[in-house]
Ligand binder design. Structure first.
Ligand code: AHR
Length: 321
């Protein structure tokens, strides 16, 4: 069953695990309790991110209370409120969308529970509502995709028709990857985004929207997908329409999950911009520092690379996710 279908089938289900009470661990060990409100399980990237957080908490001796919001902001807010009630030591979360967090963040602040943003940012002007942000520069990722495209078509003549599969509407990666890419291609009027729609970061929706693009657009040269899962779904749609992905329609996507690197190695994707999901160990270090009252930088960005076909082939044997 496709990830998107699983998510839909489970919509509304909020899984709060290890629900002990108090800042002290439920097992009475005195370990730090961390409430982590995850976005969902929409993509291979997200699955790797969840595993990284769970494994790192275990390794660091931190008691993790984990919830899956099924890509719904209201579920994340409910989870954060539950963590506040349980008096966890620290709350970390990856906000599904950028806006609308001030009320619940103020509640955490009033309860003296520090908050760490991980992976995605919020647009709140009040930076005192959270301790730090740990994650990627999504604008830079979008720029890298645009720069690859500019080089790829440097010597080609005529217009380049691009279709864009956006991530979750209102999310930081969708907003920023669109902006970064748009800023780069705006310098050359030959590059035309002829259609742009959300594919919600899932394979199923990426396939569905690409099918619609293929019907409505007479000429598509390039697909820019805000994540690998949507690109992989789109590949199925392109093949079903009798076209060759990577040749008839060139594809650039973001993440660097194993299935996408394999598709790149096989020539079905042309370029992948990396977004690193392995944030768990850095997050646990930050949790310990915040609990110890140490100063932490306001923003910590992860180091990321890009993959062409040769780099994908070289990376595949060791790729963890
Ligand atoms: O926030 C990171 C993005 O969320 C990843 O690029 C995407 O795959 C995920 O769903």
């Amino acid at each position: 069953m496709a990830r998107g279908t699983v998510a839909a089938a489970m919509a509304g289900l909020l899984l709060l695990t290890a629900c002990g009470g108090g800042g002290k661990a439920a097992n009475g060990s005195g370990a730090i309790t961390l409430g982590f409100a995850q976005v969902g399980a929409e993509s291979g990237w997200r699955t790797a991110n969840t595993k990284s957080v769970q494994d790192a908490a275990k390794a660091a001796g931190i008691e993790l209370k984990f919830s899956d919001a099924q890509q719904k902001q209201e579920n994340q807010i409910t989870a954060i409120r539950s963590y506040i009630q349980q008096k966890v030591k620290v709350i970390a979360f990856s906000p599904v969308v950028e806006s609308g967090w001030d009320t619940v963040l103020k509640e955490a602040k009033a309860a003296n529970i520090p908050v760490i943003l991980t992976d995605r940012a919020v647009d709140s002007p009040d930076k005192t509502l959270y301790k730090t942000f740990l994650g990627s520069d999504f604008v830079a990722e979008g720029k890298k995709a645009g720069e690859w495209l500019t080089k790829e078509y440097a010597s080609a003549a005529g217009d380049v028709n691009i279709v864009e599969l956006q991530g979750t509407t209102g999310s930081a990666p969708a907003n920023d990857r669109k902006k970064g890419f748009g800023d780069v291609i705006a310098a050359n009027p030959r590059f035309k985004v002829v259609a742009s729609q959300t594919g919600e970061f899932t394979r199923a929706k990426g396939k569905e929207v690409m099918e619609a693009f293929l019907k409505s657009q007479p000429k598509i040269d390039v697909l820019y997908a805000h994540n690998d899962d949507m690109a992989l779904g789109a590949i199925e749609a392109i093949q079903a329409a009798g076209k060759v992905p990577g040749k008839d329609i060139k594809i650039v996507s973001v993440d660097g999950v194993r299935d996408a690197l394999q598709a790149l190695a096989d020539g079905k994707i042309n370029h992948v911009v990396e977004c690193n999901p392995l944030l768990g160990p850095q997050l646990m270090d930050l949790v310990k520092k915040v609990v110890a009252g140490e100063q932490v930088p306001p923003r910590i960005e992860t180091t990321e690379t890009e993959f062409d076909q040769a780099a994908a082939k070289a990376a595949l044997p060791q790729r963890q996710y």
